[in-house]
Structure formats: structure tokens, C-alpha cells
Design a protein around this ligand. Structure first.
Ligand code: FER
Length: 251
């Protein structure tokens, strides 16, 4: 299935909860940098959400997975635009009650920024290992483990997998501020982060908690960026957070 965002085809997949209820909430779920919707940790989160009664809309973002767009040309602006298109699509579905947002790493960062933009449409936010280091690194001049001059942005950066990334990625990231986005979103938030994350230091999430009015922080002991060691612990807190929120709706 595809949606389009300004003519760019984006691959989406909708998974309904058990029992195919007539009405239910939906969560838009966003993968990370170089990732896609079929990654083990993304599918596991989708299945956990289905288990507690949410439909899940997974999306391959611009330049990733089976979506159109060149990896080289992706920026957080494009991902934010994709996220708005996904939320518009979710709103158009007859069965949808509330909309939740969740993302991993660069997708988690996108979800945080998007929640600030879509604050009246989004019920709650789950950010998994959010890559807040991208905004900080773009301004300080260190991304993908390599230094550069932030006042003289290079033509391109080299990604971990050897693919080039346009300097426009840095230009976009330099202008985005998590503090603004967090201030604009006063609904429930949960940040989940492995305390042995090798790609995004856990301290970013510890600091981000205090930017939100209502934020639960779950540090997963001994776990990595993609939860290689204790994915069940992540799924447990995700289900618990959603169950608490769903209960609040009834009570
Ligand atoms: C970086 C650190 C982390 C970076 C990107 C990430 C572009 C994103 C990781 C992910 O989404 O999994 O320096 O630079």
C-alpha cells in the first residue's frame, strides 16, 4: 500500500489488532536512519501494539525501505512532511478513534518534532532511543562519528553503510530544536533508551525527559541501540504505557 507526499510514493502497511474491532486507536510507527518498516525491533513493537488493541501504520520514510526518494536527499524536513502525510492518512480511516505516534532513533526524533507540530491530533508519544544527538551534532559539527565544520557544511557526508548523504541533511538539522517541540506537546510521553546504546548516548534521553510536562523515562539495562539484548523489556514498557493511556480514556 502506498500514500503519496508531494508526488513521492511512500510504502505503508496497516496491521489491525486482534478481533478486527469496529473502532480503535492507531499508532503511526517510524523506523530510523538507514532503517525500514520490516526491521526486527519495528515489527516487534508493531505486534506488541496490536496485542493491546491498537492498529499500527508502519511507514517507510523518504529514501528508505520500499519508498521513493533518494537516500542521499533525505532530510528531517522531508521526514516531517512524510509524518504529516501519514497522520493525514490515519485521520482519513473510518475506524480510527485516537492517533498515537512512535518512532525509533531518527524516527523517534521525527516523532518528537512531529508531536509538537500535530499536538491537537496526537494523543500520546513513544520515542525509542531518540537520536537527539543528530540536532546537537549538526550544530557542533560531528555526525556519523566524523567531525566537520558546521559553519562550512560539506557537499556530502558518508553514511555508515558507505552511502553518501547531502550536506542539506545537516542544514535542515541545524535549524530544528527539540526544546520548542517538547514545550508544544503537553500530553503523555514515554522515552525508552538502552543504557548501553552505542549510537546515541543515553544521556540525551535523560536530559530530554525534563523538557516535557508529562514524560516517563524507561532505561533498559544493558541494552543497545536496536535492543539486541532485551527487546522483551522494551515491549513490556510499551504495552504498559499504552494500557495506562487506554484505561485513562475509559475512566
Ligand atoms: C548520528 C547518530 C545517530 C547520525 C544519525 C544517527 C546522521 C541515527 C541513528 C538511527 O536513526 O538509528 O551521528 O548522523
Amino acid at each position: 500500500m502506498y500514500i503519496t507526499d508531494d508526488g513521492i510514493k511512500l510504502n505503508i502497511k496497516l496491521d489491525m489488532p486482534k478481533g478486527n474491532p469496529e473502532k480503535c486507536p492507531i499508532c503511526v510507527l517510524i523506523h530510523g536512519f538507514t532503517g525500514h518498516m520490516e526491521e526486527r525491533h519495528i515489527v516487534a513493537v508493531q505486534e506488541a501494539m496490536n496485542e493491546v488493541g491498537l492498529a499500527v501504520l508502519r511507514i517507510d520514510m523518504y529514501g528508505h525501505g520500499s519508498s521513493e526518494g533518494e537516500f542521499r536527499n533525505h532530510t528531517l524536513y522531508k521526514w516531517l512532511s512524510n509524518g504529516m502525510a501519514a497522520i493525514d492518512y490515519a485521520r482519513s480511516l473510518d475506524f480510527v478513534t485516537d492517533i498515537y505516534l512512535c518512532g525509533h532513533s531518527q524516527g523517534g526524533l521525527t516523532a518528537m518534532l512531529l508531536a509538537g507540530m500535530e499536538r491537537e491530533r496526537v494523543k500520546a508519544l513513544i520515542s525509542l532511543s531518540p537520536a537527539l544527538v543528530i540536532l546537537d551534532g549538526a550544530r557542533k559539527g560531528e555526525l556519523l562519528g566524523k567531525p566537520f565544520d558546521p559553519d562550512n557544511i560539506p557537499e556530502e557526508l558518508m553514511s555508515w553503510d558507505g552511502r553518501a548523504l547531502s550536506g542539506n541533511y545537516v542544514r535542515a538539522a541545524q535549524t530544528l530544536h527539540i526544546e520548542d517541540a517538547a514545550k508544544r506537546f503537553d500530553k503523555p510521553v514515554m522515552i525508552v533508551h538502552g543504557d548501553q546504546d552505542e549510537a546515541v548516548p543515553v544521556q540525551y534521553s535523560i536530559d530530554a525527559k525534563d523538557l516535557y510536562k508529562d514524560c516517563r523515562l524507561e532505561l533498559i539495562k544493558g541494552d543497545t541501540h536496536c535492543y539486541d539484548n532485551d527487546l522483551p523489556a522494551v515491549l513490556k514498557v510499551v504495552k504498559d504505557f499504552l494500557n495506562n493511556n487506554l484505561k485513562k480514556n475509559i475512566g
